[in-house]
Design a protein around this ligand. Structure first.
Ligand SMILES: [Zn+2]
Length: 342
């Protein structure tokens, strides 16, 4: 299987992060890339650099004012006396029906959901190349590959059409799905990250052409808190095209695979032409976030089960944080999915 990745994706090196209000090192470290690259190579993947695809595929799922913000906010922030080194919001609108502010501080609050997505001078380019890896993986599948893997970093599934959050800036899984829609009538996104894919849900919430399905730790007591509950089913023409499967904390392989079968029933009933897997590896029992208890062999079984859907599949990297097994978990998933044979 081809793996798409560009060196520029590693330059984003976030520092700030708050955990229960306390300052901690940001867990979305560039070193994740080395572990994931090693994991992909061990599964027999060939690493391919994506081309520059311009803003078109990104602007297809994000608003112009948000992309302008992401591109320019760091330089604007540097002109504020006494501002932090990275762009970090400190005020948010309580609802999004107020005015759009002109100030950099106001816009940071408008476009950033939390403090887990600090923006530095490298962020925009890293996020763009990450999205272009997803574009190229989607194009590989449209050209006839049965599957392709986009080593997207920074990740994307917490990014809404006009809001960054949870380490995410550009929603790579949404970008891949929208590229697939050039030839596919219906696309399903299956998100197996520990955390609910709230940004992806938000982008497609009112659309019946992209089914969004997410398995995740129950948000009643877990990030992203305000989204990911079972009663969020879509709206308008998209009603019934969003499906959340919240799992109890510390759920094991058996529970995860059981929920996956429920997800498959919904996906089969939708009869998609292509599938995007938002592949977080942070459901792992040893992940620093510690929300679910999937094992390394469990990821192989998850990959194997998803491959049995028999759909053209774009695998997009989401979360999964520094631990000794991060690369092994990717190898397990990709090998289970089909590895060298696909
Ligand atoms: Zn996650």
């Amino acid at each position: 299987m081809k793996t798409f990745y560009a060196e520029e994706q590693k330059r984003h090196d976030p520092k700030a992060f708050l955990s229960s209000g306390a300052a901690q090192p940001n867990p979305e470290q560039p070193d994740r890339v080395e572990r994931l690259l090693a994991g992909a190579k061990a599964a027999g993947c060939e690493i391919v650099r994506p081309r520059n695809h311009g803003l078109g595929p990104v602007a297809a799922v994000h608003t112009p004012e948000y992309l302008d913000f992401l591109e320019h906010i760091y330089a604007r922030w540097q002109r504020i006396d006494g501002a932090s080194a990275e762009v970090i919001p400190n005020i948010h609108p309580i609802a999004r029906n107020g005015s759009y502010p002109a100030s950099a501080v106001g816009q940071a609050g408008y476009h950033m959901a939390d403090t887990a997505c600090p923006i530095s001078g490298e962020t925009w380019q890293s996020a763009l190349w990450s999205a272009w890896s997803a574009v190229e993986a989607a194009e590989a599948v449209m050209s006839g590959a049965s599957a392709a893997y986009a080593l997207c970093r920074p990740p994307g599934h917490h990014a809404f059409a006009d809001v960054a959050g949870g380490f995410c800036f550009i929603n790579n899984s949404a970008v891949a799905a929208q590229v697939l829609r050039r030839t596919a009538s219906r696309v399903a996104i299956l998100d197996v990250d520990l955390h609910h894919g709230n940004g992806t849900q938000g982008i497609f919430y009112a659309r019946p052409d992209v089914l969004t399905v997410s398995l995740h730790a129950d948000p009643v007591r877990f990030y992203p808190f305000f989204w990911g509950h079972a009663d969020e089913r879509g709206e308008g023409a998209g009603l019934g095209y969003n499906f959340n499967l919240p799992l109890p904390r510390k759920s094991t392989d058996a529970a995860f695979l059981q929920a996956l079968e429920v997800a498959f029933q919904r996906i089969r009933a939708f009869s998609p032409d292509a599938l995007v897997v938002a592949l977080g590896l942070d459901a792992f029992e040893g992940d620093p976030f510690g929300g679910l208890s999937v094992t390394t062999p469990g990821f192989a079984r998850i990959g194997e089960a998803i491959a049995k859907l028999g759909l053209s599949t774009v695998i997009v990297q989401e979360g999964g944080y520094l631990c000794d097994e991060l690369g092994d978990n990717l190898t397990a998933f990709l090998t289970g999915f089909g590895g060298k044979s696909r």
